[in-house]
Design a protein around this ligand. Structure first.
Ligand code: MG
Length: 166
């Protein structure tokens, strides 16, 4: 294990906001496990959690978390102006900026992240299904893509590292 790094205020806030919006590191680690188990038969959940932690410790990732969650919260409070408010409330498929923001996370660990991200966005397992439940009254237009992107990036990180070990 690497030495535990000192968390910046920014990182503490990004982590706190994820928790407050109902997403734990374990939830994201479960998505990584889902994506990677067929390639790594000995994979355990702790290794998935470790890679999720490393992804969240990146500044670019924290930027995306804070920006996306802030927009979701402002949408719930109806503090976004029209026509954007209705678009974000409905999570309109043609909007696409939520995916673009999430790509800033996927980019951190290179191109195989894109494949994972596209796949998990279609399947919507685990926490992604919960975040997409429109009956909750919550807005997770940005958060669902961010969570999928963190899982995809952590999967890429895990895969690259496994390759280096072999
Ligand atoms: Mg979305």
């Amino acid at each position: 294990m690497e030495k535990k790094h000192e968390q910046s205020e920014m990182e503490k806030t990004a982590r706190a906001w994820l928790t407050k919006r109902g997403v734990t590191v374990r939830d994201i680690a479960d998505l990584v496990f889902y994506l990677q188990k067929k390639y790594h038969p000995n994979l355990n959940i702790q290794e998935c959690e470790y890679n999720v932690e490393r992804v969240i410790s990146k500044r670019e990732v924290q930027n995306a978390i804070l920006t996306g969650i802030q927009l979701d919260i402002l949408t719930e409070k109806k503090q976004v102006e029209e026509p954007l408010l209705s678009i974000l409330e409905k999570d309109e498929g043609l909007y696409g900026i939520d995916e673009i923001l999430a790509l800033s996370i996927v980019n951190v660990y290179g191109s195989i992240g894109f494949t994972n991200y596209g796949y998990i966005d279609k399947q919507k397992p685990g926490i992604l299904e919960e975040l997409n439940d429109k009956s909750s009254g919550k807005c997770h237009t940005f958060l669902d893509d961010i969570v999928g992107a963190i899982a995809a990036a952590a999967s890429s990180r895990l895969a690259h590292r496994a390759e280096n070990v072999e």
